[in-house]
Design a protein around this ligand. Structure first.
Ligand code: ADP
Length: 313
C-alpha cells in the first residue's frame, strides 16, 4: 500500500471571475471547492491510476470534515489524526488570465496532536511499502518533523518519496536516514543550493546533483515543466524529454509526478518505465481543468511518447 502524508490540507476554493473589481463586491456562481494540499493531489492521482493508496495527516473542524467527505465520496481510504483547530481554506481567484491566491497559514497543531499523529504513522508503516510526503508542515511542528518520519519509515524499510522545499527539505537532507526520492523543480533546487541553473547547461545541474549533500538518496528527479526532467538514479544520470502538449492547468503537475512514481514503484517498474510514468502523469494532469487529477488513458498515451536517454559520463 502507498501511504500519502498531508500535514496541512486545505479546502481549495476557486472563483472564476471575468474581472476582479477592487474595493467593491465581486459575485460568482461558478465556485468550485475541492480537497486540496499537495499530498491530497498525490493521493487522487494514485487513485486515478488504480493504485492502492491511503491518505493520512491531520484534519480539523468543519473544514476537516469536508475534506474527509470529499475523499470518501470518491472511495479513497483515509486515516487522519483529528486536531482541535480548523483546517484551512486556500482561495484562488481566476481573473483576466491571472490567478490571484489567498493562502491561509492554517491551524497550529499541538504537541499532543503531533504525538498522536506520529503514533498513527508508525502503525500505518506496518501496512505500507511506499510513503509520500508532500508540501508544508502546519504551524506548531518542529522543522525536522519530516526527518522524523523519514527515520521511522527507514526503520521499517519503507521507501519515502519526499516533495517538500525550503527548510523542511534541508532538514530531510541532513538526516542520517535518507528519503528514497526527492523531486525538486528547478526553482526549488536553485533555492536549496543558492545557485542559478539554465536549461541550456544541463551538465551544471548534473554536477550539482553529484555533490555529497545528496549522497545516499536513491533517486533525484529534477522536474523541468514542459522541458521534462533530468534525473539521477544511483550513479547514473538520465535526460527525459517529453512531447509538447496542449496545457489546460499545470497546477499539481509536480504532485502528479510523485503520484506516477509511487504508482510505478508499486508496480515494480524499471528505471526507464518509472521515469516515463512520472512524467506522463505530470503531463496528463496539466491537461485537466481539475488540479491533481489524471485520465489514465491519457497517461498511457503520453507514456509511449516520452524519451529517456542515459547521459554518458
Ligand atoms: P512542479 O509542479 O513541482 O513545479 P513541474 O512544473 O516541473 O513541477 O511539472 C512536473 C512535470 O509535469 C513535468 O516534468 C512534466 O512532465 C509535466 N508538466 C508540467 N508542466 C508541463 C507543460 N507545460 N507541458 C508538458 N508537461 C508539463
Amino acid at each position: 500500500m502507498i501511504v500519502t502524508v498531508t500535514m496541512n490540507p486545505s479546502i481549495d476554493i476557486s472563483y472564476p471571475l471575468e474581472t476582479l473589481k477592487i474595493d467593491t463586491v465581486n459575485r460568482t456562481n461558478q465556485v468550485s471547492k475541492t480537497a486540496g494540499g499537495k499530498g491530497l493531489n498525490v493521493t487522487r492521482v494514485i487513485h486515478d491510476l488504480g493504485g492502492d493508496v491511503l491518505a493520512t495527516g491531520v484534519l480539523g473542524g468543519f473544514h476537516g470534515a469536508f475534506i474527509a467527505e470529499e475523499l470518501k465520496k470518491v472511495g479513497i481510504k483515509q486515516d487522519f489524526t483529528p486536531i482541535k483547530e480548523e483546517s484551512r481554506d486556500s482561495i484562488a481567484i481566476l481573473h483576466e488570465g491571472n490567478q490571484t491566491e489567498i493562502l491561509e497559514a492554517g491551524p497550529t497543531v499541538s504537541a499532543e496532536e503531533q504525538t498522536a499523529f506520529f503514533e498513527k504513522f508508525k502503525e500505518l508503516l506496518q501496512k505500507a511499502t511506499i510513503v509520500t510526503i508532500s508540501g508544508s508542515l502546519a504551524k506548531g511542528f518542529p522543522q525536522n518533523f519530516y526527518q522524523k518520519l523519514v527515520h521511522a519509515a527507514a526503520e521499517q524499510e519503507v521507501k519515502v518519496l519526499a516533495d517538500t522545499s525550503g527548510e523542511s527539505l534541508r532538514q530531510i537532507l541532513k538526516g542520517e536516514q535518507k528519503p528514497y526520492l526527492i523531486k525538486p523543480n528547478l526553482e526549488e533546487l536553485e533555492d536549496l543550493l543558492g545557485q542559478k541553473f539554465s536549461l541550456e547547461k544541463l551538465e551544471e545541474i548534473q554536477a550539482a546533483l553529484a555533490q555529497p549533500l545528496f549522497e545516499g538518496i536513491e533517486w533525484i528527479v529534477v522536474s523541468l515543466g514542459k522541458a521534462g526532467a533530468i534525473a539521477k538514479h544511483q550513479d547514473a544520470f538520465y535526460r527525459v524529454t517529453i512531447p509538447s502538449i496542449q496545457v489546460v492547468n499545470p497546477v499539481g503537475s509536480g504532485d502528479s509526478t510523485i503520484a506516477g512514481f509511487a504508482y510505478g514503484l508499486s508496480q515494480r517498474m524499471n528505471t526507464e518505465e518509472l521515469l516515463k510514468i512520472c512524467m506522463a502523469a505530470g503531463m496528463a494532469n496539466a491537461q485537466e481543468k481539475k488540479t491533481g487529477h489524471v485520465d489514465p488513458i491519457n497517461v498511457q498515451q503520453h507514456f509511449e511518447n516520452i524519451e529517456v536517454k542515459k547521459i554518458e559520463q
